[in-house]
Design a protein around this ligand. Structure first.
Ligand SMILES: NC(=O)C1=CN([C@@H]2O[C@H](COP(=O)(O)OP(=O)(O)OC[C@H]3O[C@@H](n4cnc5c(N)ncnc54)[C@H](O)[C@@H]3O)[C@@H](O)[C@H]2O)[C@@H](O)CC1
Ligand SMILES: Nc1ncnc2c1ncn2[C@@H]1O[C@H](COP(=O)(O)OP(=O)(O)O)[C@@H](O)[C@H]1O
Ligand SMILES: [K+]
Length: 486
């Protein structure tokens, strides 16, 4: 059993692949072996989470996920615990594995109750797993509500019930804000839905058990890439070794966004950072950051530079975009640059032509910006973030960074997207996206390949938020940018 952390590197497999893996594994083992292993793993994690529990409530559903719950109940009872099982299903309609586990739970003397206990020290959600086909309702919905209203930790078996294991969408089954600690023990494969959209809130800390069936010939749907390696600087390097970043943005009243991106690029290690403000009346120097070289956005020669374009750009960004798209050696497109491209076919053609000319581009939309680029709604984007990121990447010939909880980084159709596990809601404050754009710009300027530049910067950006010291001043975008070297 392995705890998944932001440093974990491994493949993520969708439900269809998981089913194939399960069938192959089951065929190679004596009957009921997988479920017995799964139930034992649940019982072990339950004992580790609540070693002194007097009451453990196990809510079991109508399929094999419920079977895992019965099996865990039997194992816990054998070890002296007093699990109370509530069963939302019909005994005579259980699949064979689950039916055998129900019998084992009965034989072990497990208590079956019609109603959940009023309180418990641990609740185990074994209602629905990867077979969830519609939103839980009636009894199941009521039990899930009660479970998540309790102060006790919740351990979800395989998948939090009602969560789409492929997409992380649980809009039909709201999992309320994290009132109590959440854990999820998932089997055979890690599923992408546990790590993006609503998945991170619903699952909490994820544990993985391969049930002794390691190694598969299946192609992953996505990957967890783990922590980037440190990139030590050679003694003989100089500022030219780390490249030039030019931030283009900061229309009237929005200079701050461009300055944040510039600050982030600087602190992330760019050799030189220019800030080309669209606001012609802006001050010629930022006294708080004199390292930033202020220029008029229209006069910068971008042919040897990485441009970071769009931060605080407003409507004025439209006028400079044709030149930026045509000349920037490498490019990060954010915010208003993306909004302008979304409604302008000529700019879209120009963007797509960059890939043909071998000029790397990374786009960094949040879900609403992504929706504009794909001509759909933010709800559509959130319903399948992996697919949305892939569509953005292939439609525009770019590396697409779809931001939000469980940021997705996608490139073309041949490489599985990466799901990033760093970051938290401390980042939900204005300007943190500008900081990310600047950090990606610095990595591109240092000649990192675009997919790696995006992946590494996204990881570091989230990691800074994850390691923000308790008791330190709250995370603001400016403070985040100043930590961009971490
Ligand atoms: N067969 C085995 O030996 C193993 C099974 N495993 C477990 O089995 C799970 C998959 O089992 P299943 O394929 O039986 O699927 P589930 O147990 O997730 O659920 C399928 C059942 O629930 C019903 N259902 C779906 N949505 C519902 C809803 N909203 N309200 C009411 N009923 C609903 C379906 O009609 C079906 O009867 C995995 O997630 C995992 O927990 C794993 O332990 C691996 C081993
Ligand atoms: N709840 C969250 N969990 C993880 N990351 C988050 C969360 N909220 C915001 N972020 C991250 O913070 C950044 C916000 O970017 P964006 O929405 O463009 O903000 P802004 O335009 O104000 O700079 C993104 O990198 C996003 O992934
Ligand atoms: K479950």
């Amino acid at each position: 059993m392995q705890r998944i952390t932001p440093a974990t590197a491994c493949g993520l497999f969708d439900i269809a692949a998981t089913r194939r893996i399960e069938q192959a594994a089951a065929a190679a083992l004596p009957p009921h072996t997988l479920m017995q292993r799964a139930g034992l793993a649940v019982a072990r994690l339950a004992m580790a989470l609540a070693p002194h529990a007097r009451t453990i409530w196990i809510a079991c559903g109508p399929g094999n996920n419920g079977g895992d719950g019965f099996e865990a109940a039997a194992q816990l009872r054998h070890r002296g615990f007093l699990p109370i099982v509530t069963f939302a299903g019909h005994e005579n309609r259980l699949p064979p594995d689950a039916s055998a586990s129900l019998q084992r739970a009965r034989d072990a003397g497990v208590i079956f109750a019609p109603e959940p206990p009023a309180s418990c020290e641990l609740a185990i959600d074994a209602l629905l797993g990867i077979g969830s086909s519609r939103p839980p309702e009636k009894l199941m919905a009521d039990w899930l509500r009660r479970m998540h209203a309790m102060a006790a930790p919740v351990l979800s078996v395989d998948v939090p019930s009602g969560l789409n294991a492929d997409t992380g969408d649980s809009s039909a089954t709201p999992h309320p804000g994290a009132l109590s600690p959440r854990f999820c023990l998932t089997f055979l494969t890690l599923k992408p839905g546990l790590f993006t959209a609503q998945g991170r809130d619903a699952a909490g800390t994820v544990w993985f058990d391969d049930l002794g069936c390691s190694g598969t010939g299946e192609a992953p749907a996505a990957r967890l890439a783990g922590a980037p390696a440190d990139a030590p600087r050679s003694h003989a390097s100089h500022k030219g070794s780390y490249g030039d970043v030019a931030v283009i943005g900061g229309a009237s009243g929005m200079a701050g966004a461009a300055l944040l991106a510039g600050s982030a690029a600087l602190h992330a290690g760019a050799g030189r950072v220019f800030v080309g403000l669209l606001d012609a009346s802006a001050a010629p120097v930022d006294l708080a950051q004199p390292e930033l070289m202020m220029r008029d956005a229209r006069s910068l020669d971008l042919s040897g530079m990485t441009a970071v374009c769009g931060c605080g750009g407003g409507a004025d960004i439209r006028a400079v975009l044709p030149r930026v798209l045509a000349t920037a050696a490498a490019l990060v497109l954010d915010a208003d640059a993306l909004n302008a491209i979304a409604v302008d076919g000529a700019l879209q053609t120009q963007l797509a032509s960059r890939a043909r000319r071998g000029r790397p581009t990374v786009i960094t939309p949040h879900p609403l910006e992504a929706a504009r680029l794909l001509n759909c709604t933010a709800t559509d984007i959130q319903a399948n973030r992996l697919v949305a990121a892939r569509q953005l990447a292939s439609r525009y010939g770019v590396v697409a960074v779809l931001k939000g909880s469980g940021t997705v980084i996608a490139e073309g159709d041949s490489t599985p997207p990466v799901l990033n596990l760093t970051g938290n809601a401390r980042l939900a404050t204005a300007g943190t996206g500008d900081v990310l754009a600047g950090m990606i710009g610095a990595a591109l300027a240092a000649q990192r390949p675009p997919f790696e530049a995006a992946r590494e910067a996204v990881w570091r950006h989230g990691h800074i938020a994850d390691t923000w010291p308790a008791g330190a001043p709250p995370l603001t975008a400016g403070a985040l940018a100043r930590q961009a070297h971490c």
